[in-house]
Ligand binder design. Structure first.
Ligand code: GTP
Ligand code: MG
Length: 247
């Protein structure tokens, strides 16, 4: 108990130190507080629309999944994850692209501020979802990168879409970019591990690990093929069963 108390006591001091650091940085660099605060409010307001876009997407995907289950007796979506890039990430990406850092440039040039990752059981589900999204009249497909038909050299697979979805606000409609990544569970398992390894080695992964990762990607691909074969057999069995209910 004593120790816990001591720890909670220490925390505010740390925060104060960093606040003082920020304050002196602002003073040293002649920052205008009002300007800075307005800019921060501008970023906060500018990015909120991406949260609305993700809510729209989640509703659309939920409906598609449930309707698909109703018609085909199968859920194409295993799970959905969504995220919004934090303002720092957006600013760094603008800087990398050599663009002036402001919210208008972010909206115009950064297409992955809002991201949805959809995980499916089978490769065929990925393309079913893609075609269902493509068929929705309010969604515009801006870009398709098919890393399943054309995997990356390291073995990475997924279907990537950049779409635009309308968000209805009180006084206007805004078309908001969303990056959609669709992959199987096996592809997702591989990608999460590869991502962790990549950052653990600060992007300089040793050759032998790269080779092993490529082998793991091939194994994930084999697993997807095998699962598909099993599913096809189950589907045939179920159809035969329907014709001859007593079997
Ligand atoms: P950014 O990487 O966002 O600048 O975009 P890009 O134009 O290179 O887009 P791309 O569609 O190739 O990749 C976008 C996202 O896909 C990345 O941010 C990752 O989430 C994922 N991704 C792409 N390549 C890989 C990969 O080799 N490994 C893993 N784990 N994820 C990847
Ligand atoms: Mg990205």
């Amino acid at each position: 108990m004593q120790r816990k108390y001591a720890e909670t006591q220490r925390r505010p001091i740390k925060i104060m130190e960093s606040l003082n650091q920020i304050k002196s940085y602002i003073e040293d660099n002649n920052f205008d507080f009002n300007e800075l605060s307005n800019e921060l409010i501008g970023w906060k307001n500018g990015l909120i629309i991406y949260r609305f876009a993700l809510e729209e997407m989640n509703t659309k995907l939920k409906i598609l999944n449930e309707e698909f289950q109703f018609i085909h007796n199968h859920n194409p979506i295993e799970h959905i994850k969504s995220r919004i890039k934090d303002p720092k990430g957006v600013m760094l990406k603008l800087q990398r692209k050599g663009l002036e850092i402001n919210i208008d440039n972010a909206k115009k040039h950064i297409h992955d501020i809002a991201g949805v990752r959809i995980t499916c059981s089978f490769v065929s589900d990925i393309y079913d979802i893609y075609h269902m999204l493509k068929g929705q009249s309010d969604i515009k497909i801006m870009k398709v990168k098919d890393y399943i038909k054309n995997p990356k050299k390291n073995g990475y697979k997924s279907l990537h879409l950049i779409i635009k979805i309308p968000v209805f606000l009180s006084n206007r409609v805004e078309e908001v970019s969303v990056e959609v990544q669709i992959r199987t569970i096996a592809m997702d398992f591989w990608a999460s591990l590869e991502h962790k390894i990549y950052y653990k080695f600060d992007k300089g992964v040793p050759e032998h690990l790269l080779a092993e990762l490529k082998e793991a990607a091939d194994a994930a691909h084999e697993l997807d093929l095998k699962m598909k074969r099993i599913k096809d057999r189950v589907d045939i069995y179920q159809n035969v069963g329907k014709d001859k209910p007593l079997i």
